[in-house]
Design a protein around this ligand. Sequence first.
Ligand SMILES: [Zn+2]
Length: 268
Amino acid sequence: MSNFAFCVLGSGSSGNCSLLKTSDSKWSMIDAGFSMRQTKDRMRTHSLCMDDVGDLLLTHLDRDHFNPVWCRTLFNRGITVHLHERHVDRGIRAGLDHSILKPFTTSIEFESMQVETVHMAHDALGTIGFIFTHAECGTRFGFATDLGRVPQTLLRAFTSLDALAFESNYDPTMQRMSGRPAFLQERITSGSGHLSNEESLRAVKHISENSNLQHIVLLHLSRQCNSPTIIRDLYQDNLAHLYKHITITDQDRCSRLLQLEKQSTSLF
Ligand SMILES: [Zn+2]
């Protein structure tokens, strides 16, 4: 196995957690929105356990991305929690101990990789996108979820990627027909909530034109207002050449383990 690999333990409004292998022996967790038991059970799918985790990176602190039951375990295990400086107060209110927090503004330093961050609109405090560049192989991986809209700063930063994990939250027709209260639909679709499949596809198309994407992992599908079939059809009809690269994540199941590698043929 290469020492840059990725899997999604589960993604959706009931919980989000992904794992990124960052060195021979360590993995970083991205978000911790499930219970301890669910997380450990799903980690076993890939023969992983909490001893393998050295860091936690948080996109934001909504309950589906950070479950406060983790606070004690993170502290006891001395797992470093990387969160945006705007999210620190909320993190402490949620119960995170100051001593394990490592706030960032625009980048995070790891031994094995460089991480650039992008701040995006989502509810009051916004959410964070990450671009991971592996120090040895130079492989670049972009990760963004819960973005109300796709900012130019993201499109400028998400270039020369080898792999991408990106939100594809809802189908607009299913959203309209959902019977959800108007205020909730407004919150989701207003530009500070979530991305529709079409908005996501447009961004993926743009990013793919400046990248050499081997994996496109689609995150945070709405259980009520989306379906993998709709997304597959959308890619078949609009981005057929990328269809074979897509992985559609599930709320209830762990994804396969994806090896992130730099391709020898570059667009540049
Ligand atoms: Zn979310």
